[in-house]
Design a protein around this ligand. Sequence first.
Ligand code: FMN
Length: 168
Amino acid sequence: MTASSAPSGAHKQPWTFCLVSNADLQSKIRAAAEKEEFENYNGRMSEEWLEALSPFETDWHKPFLEIAPWLIIVFKKAYDLTDGGKSKNYYVNESVGIATGFLLAAIHHAGLASLTHTPSPMNFLQKILNRPENERAFLLIPVGYPAEKTKVPDLKRKGPEQVIAWYE
Ligand SMILES: Cc1cc2nc3c(=O)[nH]c(=O)nc-3n(C[C@H](O)[C@H](O)[C@H](O)COP(=O)(O)O)c2cc1C
């Protein structure tokens, strides 16, 4: 409910959070994600992109999609379905991005680990989870406690002088 308390364009709340802990669904999601990611890592991603990812040692294998106790799949509603018609939503990407940020902060605050995962293109999620035509997969978030001996990259954040521009 933290995520759903986020502000949204014209208060349309254009999101659905699918909570998946079903092993059969998780296997299907892993298989479909790995199919896309195999293509991504073997030709669809540019050399520059692969170079940027190399410090993280990721590849097309995504075992965590079956290991994580929960997968949260965030869908954005491109438009709303009304009685026999459609109604517009506004600033959908911004709204769902903010709601997802709230969600990630809440997960972190609860002492859990998560990954912001984008096995692109993600339209297989709409099919596997049988979502209505107005919903598009936005982000796939495995959630759980970190495994023992988990390696976390030692990343340096930009300092305030690099990310803030003051106008006094
Ligand atoms: C929008 C977005 C998409 C991402 N997609 C993936 C992904 O598909 N697979 C993955 O392993 N990590 C993914 N990541 C995780 C980033 O690689 C991760 O955030 C990176 O380790 C940098 O760490 P930091 O965000 O804490 O600085 C994604 C992150 C974001 C914000």
